[in-house]
Write a new protein. Structure first.
Length: 111
């Protein structure tokens, strides 16, 4: 960690420049952490509601595609809550990783 002292005569622009260089060195933030969708689902049929809450997350659906930010439940529970509210789930991804076929069947109450 760097420690430095600012004197009363330190130019503000020099300080702003140092801060911007430090910010540029930070690693990129994944889309989910930056507020993008963490869950993505394709439904078998178009959702009847464009926006709803299931398992404490807000789902936004356009046609058969539904997305939501990260929740606190296990992926299977999130999928099952979505299926209960919106209908059969054809595919479900969590942070870009697809739910396995057996879990997808359980999500839809088939297994």
């Amino acid at each position: 960690m760097f420690h430095f002292r600012l004197s009363p005569g330190t130019p503000i622009l020099a300080l702003a420049g140092a801060l911007s260089i430090g910010a540029a060195a930070l690693p990129a933030v994944p889309a989910a952490a930056a507020g993008g969708p963490f869950y993505r689902a394709e439904l078998a049929d178009a959702a009847k509601t464009a926006r709803f809450v299931a398992r404490d997350v807000v789902w936004v659906c356009e046609g058969t595609t539904c997305t939501a930010g990260r929740g606190t439940s296990r992926p299977l529970m999130m999928c099952a809550a979505l299926a209960k509210k919106a209908g059969r789930v054809a595919s479900f991804t969590v942070d870009g990783k697809p739910l396995e076929d057996a879990d997808l069947a359980r999500c839809n109450g088939e297994g």
